[in-house]
Design a protein around this ligand. Structure first.
Ligand SMILES: [Zn+2]
Length: 367
């Protein structure tokens, strides 16, 4: 095999403390005159203030829930149609951004939303423009073409070019006020993005560079963020916001692997957050996937090796009160979890083949 690769990153990205103040400038750069803003309830008041300030924002949909449902994206898409919007701005954590992306994709279409969701009909080729403003340091959704949407208990990770944002506005002041426990969950999701992009079978050198830097920044700043809590140590929060962006860029092309593949059945069974679910198996997969390449990443990121990285992850999970055993999550059906994770498409990207038996063995160690 040679060293040839493909690389592209189409999202125009603005980063910096207070850069949300430049949202009007960003909309103008794309000639956006009619937009719907999509966010969660906690952001409703701030969204109203933004609408006041930005004439291009014609309506606000502030009913995004955690584990966002298809029904929410359908309502946001209807609002976009009613207001003649050409753009959807998502502001929030992964839930708000993924809802905005799905709404923008289906708004111009005539087919049943469920048919798009299930992949029975192709998405319209003329999606609305998408602008993403993350308010947590974790998801990376602002720079990927992935949208994770649920329909009842069914949760799908849909990877499609129609979900690619036009612009990302990453303002570390937005994640500055996030509670410490949430910051650790989202920060470990970002770490999983970087590591999985790096060890994915589709890894490539430009994404690798960003993964190394993300791992360095996260292992040097997440504990500071945890100790400082919300609204303190802005440099550490800023470093995490940047690391989360790099994490997104690390997996945007290579995609994630076993850890994310396991997170979906874990979330379905126990309804925990995406970040906590990814963190749950992350140190296990650092050990399972340990090889010379991963040792090299650790050294370049300022760690002695994979063992230190795995121990660091286990330690911060414990200190932040994240659950680390299946018994803390509830009644676990290990064979069912292993079987569901084994057939998840992302499992194919893992460098070490993991079948249901191997996964069962891993879950047994986490009983
Ligand atoms: Zn993730």
């Amino acid at each position: 095999m040679g060293n040839d690769f493909f690389y592209a990153q189409p999202v125009k990205t603005w980063f910096g403390e207070s850069c949300l103040d430049r949202l009007g400038e960003v909309l103008a750069a794309f000639q956006i005159e009619r937009a719907v803003l999509v966010c969660g309830r906690h952001f409703a008041a701030a969204a109203a203030a933004l609408q006041e300030k930005l004439p291009a924002v014609k309506a606000v949909f502030s009913a995004v829930e955690p584990d966002p449902q298809l029904s929410g994206a359908v309502r946001a898409a209807e609002l976009a149609r009613e207001t003649g919007a050409d753009t959807i701005i998502g502001i929030g954590g992964g839930s708000a951004l993924d809802t905005a992306k799905f709404a923008a994709a289906i708004a111009p279409g005539d087919a049943e939303p469920l048919a798009y969701y299930r992949g029975e009909v192709p998405f319209p080729t003329n999606p609305l423009k998408i602008v993403c403003v993350p308010t947590t340091a974790g998801t990376g959704s602002e720079v990927t073409q992935v949208s994770v949407i649920s329909n009842g208990n069914e949760k799908r990770t849909i990877n499609n070019p129609v979900f690619m944002p036009k612009a990302a506005v990453v303002d570390p002041l937005l994640s500055f006020s996030v509670p410490a426990g949430t910051a650790v969950c989202t920060g470990l999701d970002a770490l999983a993005h970087a590591l999985e992009g790096y060890w994915s079978k589709n890894h490539q050198p430009i994404s690798d560079l960003m993964a190394v830097e993300a791992v360095r920044l996260i292992t040097q700043n997440l504990e500071k963020v945890r100790l400082a809590g919300p609204n303190a140590d802005l440099p550490a929060h800023s470093a995490m916001a940047y690391a989360a962006l790099l994490g997104g860029l690390s997996f945007a092309l290579p995609k994630t692997a076993a850890c994310h593949a396991c997170s979906y059945p874990i979330c379905e069974a126990f309804h925990i957050s995406h970040g906590e679910a990814c963190a749950f198996t992350l140190d296990s997969f650092v050990r399972i996937n340990a090889d010379e390449r991963l040792e090299e990443l650790c050294r370049r990121a300022g760690l002695s090796g994979t063992e230190e990285l795995a121990a660091w992850i286990a330690n911060i999970k414990k200190k932040a009160g994240l659950r680390t055993r299946l018994s803390e999550l509830g009644e676990a059906d290990i064979p069912a979890l292993a079987a569901a994770a084994a057939v998840h498409p992302l499992m194919q990207n893992n460098p070490v083949p993991m079948d249901a038996a191997a996964l069962e063995k891993m879950f047994e160690t986490l009983r």
